[in-house]
Design a protein. Structure first.
Length: 359
């Protein structure tokens, strides 16, 4: 998402600032509520603030424009709070995901479990610093997940609209958690064909990143079944393209831009669609090297060699083609939707931002 677009006039930066303000205000309330617990609760809140600061706010934006595709909001602040609830869900997923992937960093700073592990070690406390960090990350992720529900329920929009949206929010959370477990299981088995990798992608990311935020926003606006269906038909392929772009960045992204180490997905052993395609298409020796290297400590030279394997297999180019085809399918569906014209224009811009990004 870029600065205000000359075509739509949408102030994207202003929207992100509004979402951040809503999150900050919500965490201010939680800080006051948890103040009797003392300094340890304050440390947890400090980390929560760090986790929810910044970011692209795609989920909030798609929720916002899912609503505006149907009608204009009467209460702008209440809609922003509802959209911000999706960013708390996202923050919860990031905290848990970083621990499960044993990631050291997130957006250029230590991951939550590493932050608390380092605090334990520096203080010279008893027990295992790594276990303490893991416990803190699990609890903070759980707390953010609970807060996401609370923030949506208390957003201030009419109760009947919120109740309709909560049904989809429940579904969204179930999908992303089950999708995450499928991803963990695929990595543990050390194998995944393209269809399995696509299933992981769809439920772990595509639905909760774009399709469900659109659905939740539209439900808050009282959308009918036909509108919900067409927004879903736009959101799912776009969400798949979004995650495929993320998979490319996880292998080929610039660490100075992504805030993650070079080839991070390879080091973590992720069996993505990109990797599955490369394993199918690469020569026997190259495929064996890629398969054996996934999930191991890799030098910069090792990462470069595996990138070469993926490139020469044709998987890199194939994923780029699929991203383009999925984006085209999404936009064709959007063009046929009976929705607000300004919303249609902004959704097209968001689609481009989601699929053409470098971070």
């Amino acid at each position: 998402m870029s600065a205000p677009s000359p075509s739509s006039g949408w102030d994207a930066e202003g929207f992100r600032s509004s979402v951040q303000g809503a999150l900050d205000a919500f965490l201010d309330d939680q800080t006051e509520r948890l103040e009797p617990l003392g300094a340890d609760a304050a440390r947890l809140l400090t980390e929560a603030r760090a986790i929810v600061s910044g970011g692209k706010r795609f989920r909030a934006a798609f929720c916002n424009w899912g609503y505006r595709a149907v009608r204009e909001p009467v209460d702008e602040a209440a809609l922003v709070r509802a959209c911000a609830a999706l960013e708390l869900l996202h923050a919860s997923a990031l905290v848990h995901d970083d621990y499960m992937d044993a990631s050291d960093t997130r957006r250029g700073r230590p991951a939550t479990h590493r932050t608390f592990e380092a605090e334990h070690r520096a203080a010279g406390w008893r027990g295992n610093p790594e276990q303490y960090g893991a416990s803190a990350a699990i609890l903070l992720g759980d707390l953010l997940l609970a807060w996401s529900d609370e923030m949506l329920r208390r957003c201030g929009l009419p109760a009947e609209d919120v109740t309709r949206a909560l049904h989809l929010f429940d579904l969204c959370r179930s999908e992303v958690i089950a999708g995450q477990f499928l991803d963990v299981s695929v990595q543990a088995r050390g194998r995944a064909d393209v269809d399995t990798a696509m299933t992981v992608l769809r439920f772990k990311s595509a639905k909760y990143s774009i399709q469900r935020p659109l659905h939740i926003g539209a439900a808050l606006a009282g959308a009918d079944d036909a509108t919900m269906a067409v927004l879903g038909g736009f959101g799912l392929p776009l969400g798949e393209a979004f995650q495929l772009r993320d998979d490319l960045l996880g292998v080929f992204g610039d660490p100075q831009v992504t805030g993650k180490p070079a080839g991070d997905d390879l080091v973590e052993g992720k069996r993505t669609v990109l990797v599955a395609l490369a394993l199918d298409a690469a020569g026997r020796d190259d495929a064996a090297l890629l398969d054996a290297s996934l999930g191991t400590a890799l030098s910069t030279g090792d990462v470069d060699r595996l990138r070469e394997v993926i490139d020469t297999s044709g998987a890199h180019a194939q994923v780029e083609e699929v991203i383009g085809a999925l984006a085209d399918r999404a936009l064709t569906t959007l063009d046929g939707a009976v929705i607000d014209e300004v919303a249609r224009g902004v959704l097209r811009e968001l689609a481009a931002a989601a699929t053409q990004r470098v971070v």
